[in-house]
Design a protein around this ligand. Structure first.
Ligand code: AMP
Length: 138
């Protein structure tokens, strides 16, 4: 399927929609997921247009993975999580809901079940605080 440039992450990348931004450079944007599956759920979004991993430019993938690692470590430090899940979904049957490539960094806490995917809306004040704290650790 073709990339749809009207998807919500494309709008956020263009600055047409707000986000709880953690970090941005010429290749990627990092922001808090507003429907967090766990406290500290963060998204890394390469700027290069692709629906998902399957149609991504390998060069864009090579550029983004070190940033995913940095974000995972920063999120783990800030949240004091016991582990980090890395998730990335390709097409709707696999769970993808926004069709612009992104990587989920989801903290795991001992004894806590993972929340549902893209369900409860996070608190904006808490998301803003987390964004600033993760940014400070990057
Ligand atoms: P996926 O299902 O892998 O496509 O993930 C899309 C993710 O984007 C979900 O976890 C949603 O909670 C999240 N999401 C949707 N809209 C927004 C938004 N405006 N800002 C931040 N996260 C969003």
């Amino acid at each position: 399927m073709a990339y749809d440039p009207t998807n919500i992450f494309a709008k956020i990348l263009k600055g047409e929609m707000p986000c709880h931004k953690v970090y941005e450079d010429e290749t990627a944007l990092v922001m808090m997921d507003i429907f967090p599956q766990a406290k500290g759920h963060t998204l890394i979004i390469p700027k290069a247009a692709s629906r998902n991993l399957l149609d991504a430019d390998p060069a864009a993938l090579s550029a983004v993975i070190p940033l995913v690692q940095r974000v995972a470590n920063a999120v783990k430090t800030v949240t004091n999580a016991d582990g980090i899940r890395l998730a990335q979904f390709n097409e709707a049957p696999a769970g993808q809901t926004v069709f612009h490539l992104h990587f989920h960094v989801i903290p795991a806490y001992e004894g806590q079940a993972l929340g549902a995917h893209a369900s409860g809306r996070g608190d904006d004040a808490e998301l803003a605080t987390l964004a600033a704290e993760v940014a400070a650790k990057l």
